[in-house]
Write a protein that binds this ligand. Structure first.
Ligand code: DNO
Length: 392
């Protein structure tokens, strides 16, 4: 696999010069300044590509070319937005940037409740606390019918928490769930937006009546529409699994498990319609056997995210070390190293916050030292696997 790194553009405090020194070969990035739905011009793509190449690196993957909400819920602007998407894809293809990651999660991208969950050694990692998440839904969003979505046990914890939680803790929870994790991945809410909860409620409204089946139809419609451009320019689309891989906030989520993945691959059965195999997202679902899924979907995997979770009691999960957890990364590396595409791009996903990362203002999960440690670990596992393969 090709060792890539998610870099947030020229404003990223982690520079391309630093990345070269730690063995990174390819860059994963996006035109983060272009508003969602607008065309990525050939000129802007080539400008960034040349900048990356001037550091001896290549632009390997786009993460992400965002799919606008109106494409997901099939609003009246859908056709225009798909046309724009096709032009952006064609421009990427012309510039030679041919792997495009996106997601099809309605309203909210990845979700965590705690961005600095402490480890005994003084470092921290990202964490999802199911009861705190339910608290956000029941007591802050006050979404209708929420009670039916949670067990009596979780609802009891919500009531308990309600007795002690402070206003500052509530703000922090809102910030973690719908602001700090969203803005930098071109999500719907950005830091500085006034009244994020009200914006969020408005977004949820757009999905009233959209079932899992409807969302599936809309995804298949979108994919079928962009495939001719992908074929013409050799571009591979690779959807990122839903993170966490289960239904949330009454919204349908449709890339959560083996059956979901099989469904969208078959619905538009074209080799350019593929998967971002995010071991971290998939391993946060107790229903997922990540190694089995990698075996099954390796052929249609165009991009790999290496990260691992441990599921704790009560549906909570924690981002584990890259050497342990339900992701079984060494097994995945064995599978993907034998993949027919030897330069399959792979990035280590989130790392711990450690050794001074905490006051650098990095995006949550995208630390420097933590990710560098993870890259070293993954690099070591890859070297062993390659050696095993050489010896037969
Ligand atoms: C979070 C990321 C996701 C991912 C998008 C892809 O760290 O894994 O935000 O980039 O869902 O579209």
């Amino acid at each position: 696999m090709e060792k890539t790194w998610r870099w947030f553009g020229k404003k990223d405090k982690i520079t391309l010069q630093m990345l070269r020194q730690i063995g990174v070969e390819g860059i994963v990035t996006a035109l983060h300044d272009v508003p969602n739905g607008e065309i990525w011009t050939l000129e802007a793509i080539e400008d960034l590509k040349q900048y990356i190449e001037s550091y001896g690196l290549r632009w390997s993957v786009v993460e992400s070319l965002p799919v606008c909400e109106a494409i997901k819920y099939a609003g009246p602007e859908r056709e225009q937005l798909i046309e724009n998407y096709k032009i952006s894809l064609a421009n990427l293809g012309k510039a030679g940037v041919k792997t495009v990651c996106y997601n099809f999660m309605p309203v909210i991208d990845w979700i965590r409740t705690d961005l600095y969950h402490p480890w005994p050694d003084g470092s921290s990692s990202l964490y999802f606390d199911y009861a705190r998440f339910a608290y956000f839904d029941v007591k802050i969003l006050k979404r209708e019918g929420t009670e039916a979505d949670y067990s009596a046990d979780v609802l009891a914890k919500v009531e308990e928490l309600d007795k002690t939680i402070t206003e500052a803790e509530k703000d922090d929870l809102i910030d973690s769930i719908i602001v700090k994790t969203q803005g930098f991945v071109n999500g719907n809410i950005k830091e500085g937006d006034l009244n994020p909860v009200a914006i969020f409620k408005g977004l949820l409204k757009q999905y009233e009546g959209i079932t899992r089946d409807r969302l599936r139809e809309n995804m298949a419609y979108f994919l079928a529409a962009v495939m001719p451009v992908c074929e013409e320019y050799g571009v591979n689309m690779c959807v990122h699994p839903d993170d966490p891989p289960f239904q949330v906030l009454g919204l349908p989520r449709i890339v959560t498990c083996e059956e979901d993945i099989e469904w969208f691959l078959n619905a538009v059965d074209n080799p350019h319609n593929g998967l971002t195999f995010c071991a971290g997202s998939l391993s946060a679902g107790a229903h997922n056997d990540v190694v089995k899924m990698a075996e099954k979907f390796a052929k249609r995997t165009h991009f790999v995210h290496l990260r691992s979770c441990n599921i704790l009691p009560d549906g909570n999960f924690i981002e584990a070390s890259h050497l342990e957890g339900r992701g079984h990364l060494v097994d995945l590396i064995r599978i993907f190293e034998r993949h027919e595409k030897a330069d399959l791009p792979m990035r280590v996903d989130h790392g711990r916050t450690m050794l001074g990362d905490e006051d650098k203002g990095y995006n949550p999960g995208y630390s420097f030292h933590g990710r560098m440690l993870a890259l070293g670990q993954v690099d070591g596992m890859m070297a062993v696997v390659r050696d095993e393969m050489k010896k037969g």
